[in-house]
Design a binder for this molecule. Structure first.
Ligand SMILES: [Zn+2]
Length: 491
């Protein structure tokens, strides 16, 4: 924490954030410091009151942390469709990982309306216009977003592009086409492969196909990131399959939005976390979760029985139903819930199907990272889109005392930067990228609710991406300093 601006520097750093309480992302105890920022980097840390800059923000009473890394997003389209990223920068998020659950925007073009769940990115299909990752990255870099982004190649997207019928195992020729697409993505700078074997376009893919494709990740150290085949009764075999793929290919695996779904499975996170903790002793395993007891994805009758309540998030033929309970819609129409589901398609929904005790147990597990799984194009989205990070900081850390604020920050900064190989991010130290969030630990809170889900968080004072402010005092600045974070890129 020594002031070290260089004896002959002769020029003040552009900005000093003075008298801050620093949470450096490592889970180490908080400390008081001045932080100098110049260009896209943190130039120095110094004792409170010791540093001078061309501009100064007095951060007395405020927390300064590395910008949050949202490890599980479906922001592929939002990043290149204006790129303002308000749901994210308003929470203090400075980097997102996109292309999750087997769904990437890149890798498919000119096929018209996509099947579920690719329609979560764009029901009309117009945005599926990037045949390669290189083409997508070029579009991003011509019109950068407000946040940084790292990308996964989506297995379901590649299957739709490579196969005439994704309802079966891929043939050798189709596997070769997908392997070539994965090679292209990795050479362009993708950080791994995501799968969503839970969903129809990939459910017929056997473990052998997943292993064959994932072998393309081994040489470059790519990650296998998965929305597993099953998060309910058969969750343990699904975890075992994920671990087997990681071992067979010698790669790290990430279990996405870990949960146990359905009333019959409440409490089973005791079993799943024990299985994961045991595997971590032998192979690299990571996991993330969002801090809510309701999930959200496409609308499907198969999930009605395991949910206590279903709320419609969007519907193409019935946009007026967004935000309404499915049971009320069905009653108004005088039909069964199953018939209402049919009439609403294509559509998305929110499912109340988890146990709060499981949510807290998974969130508090030391290796669990935070990912929003927010769906930015839903008319009435799950509140996780706008509220995930402040909810962990405010509700779970400060109000419920589930873990200290240092641990909460680590779960959304240093831990994911390490697991995803995002070098120079997720830390507050001299030389790191100046991705930073300044927030009030006494008031930080999610304000988005299931009834009113589009609400910026409270208590987020300033957010910087690569040294440039993107959010100040409740408003986006309009700046677009975000970058593509390519696999293996060094600061
Ligand atoms: Zn998913």
């Amino acid at each position: 924490m020594q002031a070290d601006l260089g004896a002959g520097a002769g020029r003040l750093p552009a900005l000093v954030i003075a008298n801050a309480t620093v949470f450096d992302g490592s889970a180490a105890p908080r400390f008081a410091a001045d932080v100098a920022i110049d260009g896209d980097r943190i130039q120095a840390l110094g004792r409170p009151g010791s540093l001078r800059g061309s501009a100064t923000i007095d951060a007395s009473g405020l927390a300064l942390a590395p910008g949050f890394i949202d490890v599980h997003t479906h922001d592929d389209r939002m990043l290149v469709d204006g790129g303002g990223m308000e749901p994210k920068v308003s929470q203090g998020v400075t980097t997102v990982v996109a292309g999750n659950c087997g769904i990437s925007l890149a890798g498919l073009s000119g096929r018209g309306r996509p099947p579920q769940p690719l329609d979560l990115l764009d029901p009309a299909g117009d945005w599926f216009r990037f045949p390669t990752f290189r083409a997508y990255f070029e579009a991003f870099e011509q019109h950068p977003a407000a946040t940084n982004a790292a990308f996964l190649a989506g297995h379901s997207t590649l299957r739709i592009a490579a196969m005439d019928d994704p309802g079966r195992a891929a043939s050798p020729a189709e596997c070769r086409r997908m392997c070539a697409a994965i090679d292209e993505a990795m050479e362009a700078g993708a950080i791994g492969l995501s799968t969503g074997t839970f969903y129809p376009p990939a459910a017929a893919a056997p473990t052998a196909e997943l292993i064959e494709l994932s072998r393309r990740l081994t040489a470059g150290g790519g990650l296998y990131v998965t929305h597993m085949r099953n998060e309910a009764e058969a969750i343990l075999p699904a975890i075992d399959e994920t671990l087997e793929i990681g071992r067979a290919c010698g790669i790290g695996v990430v279990i996405s939005h870990h949960k146990v779904a359905g009333l019959a499975n409440h409490g089973r996170s005791v079993e799943t976390l024990a299985r994961i903790a045991d595997a971590m002793q032998r192979q690299p395993v990571a996991l993330d979760c969002y801090p809510y007891d309701a999930s959200s994805t496409v609308l499907s009758a198969s999930r009605l029985a395991m949910s206590s309540r279903v709320q419609v998030a969007w519907s193409t033929p019935h946009p007026e139903c967004a935000g309404r309970d499915l049971a009320r819609i069905a009653a108004d129409w005088g039909v069964s819930a199953e018939v209402a589901v049919q009439r609403l398609q294509p559509a998305g929904a929110i499912y109340f199907m988890m146990d709060e005790a499981d949510v807290q147990r998974i969130l508090a597990f030391p290796e669990t990272m935070v990912g929003s799984d927010g769906l930015p194009h839903d008319a009435s989205p799950h509140p996780r889109l706008w509220g995930t990070f402040p909810r962990v900081l405010g509700h779970y850390s400060r109000d419920l005392g589930l873990f200290p604020l240092e641990v909460a920050v680590h779960k959304m900064t240093g831990l994911p930067a390490h697991r995803f190989g995002l070098h120079g991010r997720g830390v507050v130290e001299a030389g790191a990228f100046a991705d930073l969030v300044l927030f009030d630990p006494a008031t930080v809170a999610d304000t988005a609710t299931f009834e009113a889900p589009v609400q910026p968080a409270a208590g987020i004072r300033a957010v910087l991406v690569n040294g440039t402010p993107v959010w100040r005092d409740g408003q986006a600045t309009g700046a677009r300093p975000g970058r593509v974070l390519r696999r293996g890129a060094r600061p």
